[in-house]
Design a protein around this ligand. Structure first.
Ligand code: SF4
Length: 265
């Protein structure tokens, strides 16, 4: 099957598997998402979501971050790791937003990437989820899956982004990113992918690199796909059905946070 047709088929099947895929960072505004994305470096979204309620109620504007008490901010973000660097980054980010963008988070890629500590990955997360502008987020999962799927051989995230962008319509880029990240976290693990329990195995040239036995593979599934969590999965699918995916809009619903299961690799 030609690469583009195969890619679209795989995306369709994965979208059916994870119709509830969404940005797993909690946020209400572009600034909150920008801050949460900065904090998510080297840690899990679940951990970031534990600190942001207090953080966001304490620091409401870019000016608040710019004028933060460094020690207080460090304490608030400490549990996300690298807290000194992250606090410093948030203060710089706040100052730059105030100085150059009247305290508002800009809604254009070319502006976002000029902010301190904001690369294409973070910019695409913010654009896709807070502004409804399609963007492909090439994180570790998306890069790994795109290569395993045979969608690209590139390692450089910018080239991976371009290659994926050729295969899937622009309107789907944000949802595609979510779906790939969900699949990478739950099924197509870095170390031992659960190929025997993977819905796209028949189109995946890397099928067989992981656990091929369906029963053993099922034990590797993580989060809401883990054995024994079927009710949680069904509830998430039902929630997605009541908020049909509109590629032009940020995902408008908030689903229950998922915790890593013991099977998570
Ligand atoms: S078949 Fe295996 S390698 Fe391919 S996507 Fe599925 S889990 Fe990943």
């Amino acid at each position: 099957m030609a690469r583009k047709r195969r890619a679209r088929k795989m995306y369709g099947v994965l979208h059916e598997r994870y119709p509830y895929a969404h940005c797993e960072l909690d946020f209400r505004t572009p600034l909150e998402l920008l801050v949460a994305t900065v904090l998510s470096a080297q840690t899990t979204d679940v951990r970031v979501n534990l600190v942001t309620p207090t953080l966001f109620s304490t620091y409401r504007t870019a000016a608040d971050y710019a004028g933060a008490d460094r020690v207080e901010l460090e304490e608030l973000v400490r549990s996300t790791g690298f807290y000194r660097n992250k606090a410093a980054a948030l203060m710089k980010l706040g100052a730059d937003l105030v100085e150059r963008f009247d305290g508002e988070v800009p809604g254009r890629l070319q502006d976002l990437v000029t902010l301190p500590g904001v690369g294409r990955k973070t910019a695409n997360v913010v654009l896709g989820n807070a502004f409804g502008v399609p963007g492909i987020t090439v994180d570790t999962h998306v890069g790994r899956l795109a290569r395993r799927f045979g969608w690209t051989t590139e390692e450089d995230p910018v080239k991976v982004e371009a290659a994926i962008g050729e295969l899937v319509p622009r309107t789907e880029w944000t949802m595609l990113s979510h779906v790939l990240i969900f699949h990478g976290r739950r099924t197509c693990h870095a170390k031992k992918p659960a190929c025997g329990a993977c819905p796209v195995a028949r189109w995946c040239p890397s099928s067989g690199e992981g656990e091929g036995d369906p029963v053993k593979a099922e034990q590797l599934l993580a989060y809401e796909l883990a054995p024994g969590r079927e009710e949680e999965y069904d509830a998430l699918v039902a929630a997605a059905a009541s908020y049909p995916h509109d590629p032009a809009q940020p995902v408008p619903y908030d689903v229950a946070p998922t915790e890593p299961s013991a099977a998570h690799r």
